[in-house]
Design a protein around this ligand. Sequence first.
Ligand SMILES: [Mn+2]
Length: 397
Amino acid sequence: MMNRNFNPSDLLAASKTLRENKSWAIFTHRKSDGDAMGSAAALFEAGTNLGKNVSWFSPDEKLPEGYRYLPHFGDFRTCEDFSFIDDRNSSAQAPVFRHWDKPLVCYNKKIVGASTIGGELVRPEESGKFEDTRIPRLQSWGVCQGTLYVFLDCASETRSVSGYEAGKGINSLNIDHHEDNSLYARVNCVDGSASSTCEMLYRIFDADNWVITQRIAESLYTGIFTDTGGFSFSNTSPLTHNIAAELIKLGVEPALMTDRISQNKNQADLQIWARALSRVKVFGEGGIFAVSMIYADDFRETGADTTGTEGLSQMFMSVRGVKFIAVATEYPDGAVRLSIRSRDGAPFGAGEFAREFGGGGHQKAAGCNFDYPAKSVMAELESSILRKYHECLNTHQ
Ligand SMILES: [Mn+2]
């Protein structure tokens, strides 16, 4: 599912959509990174300056503490299992907060409560009888009829919100730079050649003369810096540097930003990194592959939380000769997720590998779930990589 060619008019269309709507609910992806948070913070601040009613949701329970300097860090709301259901009797889908004991249904035409009884969702016609104090709370966050759902840095809707399906009348905007973005929103502004979602957001603001304050500039710089590995990855273009230069003119201090972004570890984080580093296995012809693993026990024993591993996978790319790495993380709930990186000269890209397991991402940075019991993950990962490697060798012969 490659995105269609990006058209520069998409920038103005995105700006127009944002300007036309009074209420924005921003969604970012699971496992928040600097680009997801930087773009959300920048858009939140820009919206506030325009007098919009803005809210921000992600499936994460908490954000990485290192980014606390971003504006609106504290306005983030967790939306684990925030999902859209398709109600046949309504012209629009409804977002549901399933992680609350009683789910909330919010329709475009009217707002009603609903509840689960014995696990079954009560139909909307019955649901009016529920009085739910959370509805005003949801409304106070700005999620109400006509709210614009803005997806930032999400290649697919399911990275942020489960059950969302495109084309069902949802007032939605998708701003992203993943080349495998499935263009799931009503308005899509996706350029796979952009370094970051923050770069896309800058181009949208610039195209329609938005006021970019220092706080917005610092947020945008954060996402551009982190997604380009400090302007070192191959996604760094002349335009990326030009935008960074504009942001510096707007008040960003590069040395301060680098300290803020890179000084984001605590003792427990280093201890969990040490465990992952100690388990590294380099293999394949000439040592082109590396894998490692973090177990749920590592989080318990070190006291690190799951946000403490951001940047770890890039560390493995510093091994001489390595072209492709995968780091498996067993989360406290038992799910195992791969963080995958590749560089030029790898027999297959990170994104291509991730898609075989139902994941996604960029050609050189991607992720997927890996459904094996934790104790066999390292062996299964190595054999999956070698199997894929041999397939590639055979097709190229
Ligand atoms: Mn990104």
